[in-house]
Structure formats: structure tokens, C-alpha cells
Design a protein. Structure first.
Length: 58
């Protein structure tokens, strides 16, 4: 496990760019499809719609 300091400082003590080099990039639509947080927010919004329609009779 790394800390913020470990990620921002190289082994010789000098600063390094944490955004330089290779990185993993995920497309937004792909992220939304697999992210539990996004999935649960959609489920919560749909459940809220159902409860509101039941409560207010719309």
C-alpha cells in the first residue's frame, strides 16, 4: 500500500510526476456499467420514482 508521499516522491527523495508514464484509463460508459456506486444510484433513483408515484398517485 502506498501513501500520497510515496506516490509523489521517488526513491532518491526527488519529486516525480505521478501522472507521467503508463496509466489505466477506463471509458466513462464502461465505468458506469461496472461501478457499484453508479448502479446503486440508478436503482435508488428508480425506487424513489416508484415510491413517489405510489405516494402521490401519479
Amino acid at each position: 500500500m502506498s501513501t500520497v508521499v510515496d506516490a509523489a516522491v521517488d526513491e532518491e527523495g526527488g519529486e516525480r510526476d505521478p501522472f507521467a508514464g503508463d496509466r489505466i484509463e477506463v471509458d466513462e460508459s464502461e465505468f458506469a456499467r461496472v461501478s457499484p456506486e453508479v448502479w446503486f444510484s440508478k436503482v435508488g433513483a428508480r425506487l424513489n420514482e416508484i415510491v413517489q408515484s405510489f405516494t402521490y398517485g401519479r
